[in-house]
Write a protein that binds this ligand. Structure first.
Ligand code: PRT
Ligand code: ZN
Length: 283
């Protein structure tokens, strides 16, 4: 049995539960309980605030956890980051009032910076030889300059809209973050084996999310070119059509490359292109 800590509510909750579900690990919905046992896999979910997850994993209240890398980096506890989970993407950045004359990191010398991430910020300031005052604020950091509490902020940014609506401009990106799977160091073999299976399933689900399955008809004379455009996992499937001189090709493509690939395929005569979702990819 492994116990995995996930966020009770908030930005990461839904996708954490969704990733476990797509990996075949479901929990009976019971919002009043903070510890739930899966019916499909020897896993228990421990629901916690995200801030508490790194410590729970270090101390053994949980064996593993799903949490933003920003929290792991801030807490600095000795836990292992086993894999990135491709959701909850954001960055930790420095921002200044939009009318400030920003010239570079030296700008922050003598300034007061509001943040909920003092350790990451202090590390950045130290490695850049900047002497600034760090003011710790638990929430709504972005209002600190307007409220006269600080000159600038160091905060989580995703779209950047919150900074803009508070008259701030992002000037230095310090850390990229996304949800990660963390584990306690020195777990017994039985738990490690369960975690290996979990990582295998998560990887299959995440790879599937990033992929599209393509089917198309193309002139048989274009097959060589088409295989170069779409190398697939090992190599694409080609089948003859009833109409001579034509073939059907099946392949897999990264979603981010989909439209470029489709343009290239159309150029070599592909038509009737179908694009389907992929649920999982087992390599
Ligand atoms: O209650 P609990 O302590 O568990 O939750 P929380 O309120 O501390 O955290 P929560 O749920 O807000 O965020 C959990 C995690 O989501 C963070 O630790 C990050 O790893 C990740 N994440 C991803 C974000 C964002 N994107 C994000 N945009 N966390 C916060 N934000 C904030 C940001 O600070 C800004 O104020 O959302 C606002 C909107 O951002 P923009 O740039 O899109 O406008
Ligand atoms: Zn929190």
């Amino acid at each position: 049995m492994i116990r995995i800590a996930i966020q009770t509510k908030g930005r990461l909750n839904e996708e954490s539960v969704g990733l476990l579900r797509d990996a075949g690990i479901r929990f009976r919905e019971d919002r009043r309980r903070f510890l739930l046992k899966s019916t499909d896999f020897p896993v228990e979910a421990l629901y916690l605030r995200d801030d508490d997850i790194p410590e729970a994993v270090r101390d053994g209240a949980a064996d593993a956890g799903i949490v933003g890398y920003n929290e792991v980096a801030e807490k600095g506890f000795d836990v292992e980051v086993l894999m990135r989970l491709s959701f909850g993407r954001c960055r930790l950045s420095l921002a200044v009032p939009e009318n400030a004359e920003y010239t570079g990191p030296d700008y922050f010398n003598g300034k007061t910076i509001a943040t909920s991430y003092p350790n990451i910020l202090s590390g950045y300031l130290k490695s850049n030889n900047i002497d600034a005052n760090v003011r710790v604020i638990a929430g709504s950091v972005e209002i600190a300059p307007a409220a006269g509490l600080a000159d600038s902020v160091f905060d989580i940014v995703s779209s950047g809209a919150t900074l803009v609506s508070n008259g701030l401009e992002e000037v230095e990106k310090v850390l990229d973050s996304e949800a990660v799977l963390i584990v306690r160091k020195g777990l017994p073999e039985e738990k490690k084996a369960l975690l290996d299976e979990l990582v295998f399933r998560f990887t299959s689900v995440i790879n599937g999310r990033d992929a599209k399955y393509l089917l198309m008809n193309l002139p048989s004379a274009s097959i060589d070119k088409a295989v170069k455009i779409l190398p697939a996992l090992r190599s694409p499937t080609i089948m003859p059509l009833a109409q001579s001189g034509w073939s059907s090709m099946h392949s897999v493509v990264k979603e981010s490359e989909l439209w470029d690939k489709i343009a290239s395929l159309k150029e070599i005569g592909a038509e009737g292109i179908l694009v389907l979702d992929v649920e999982k990819i087992i390599l």
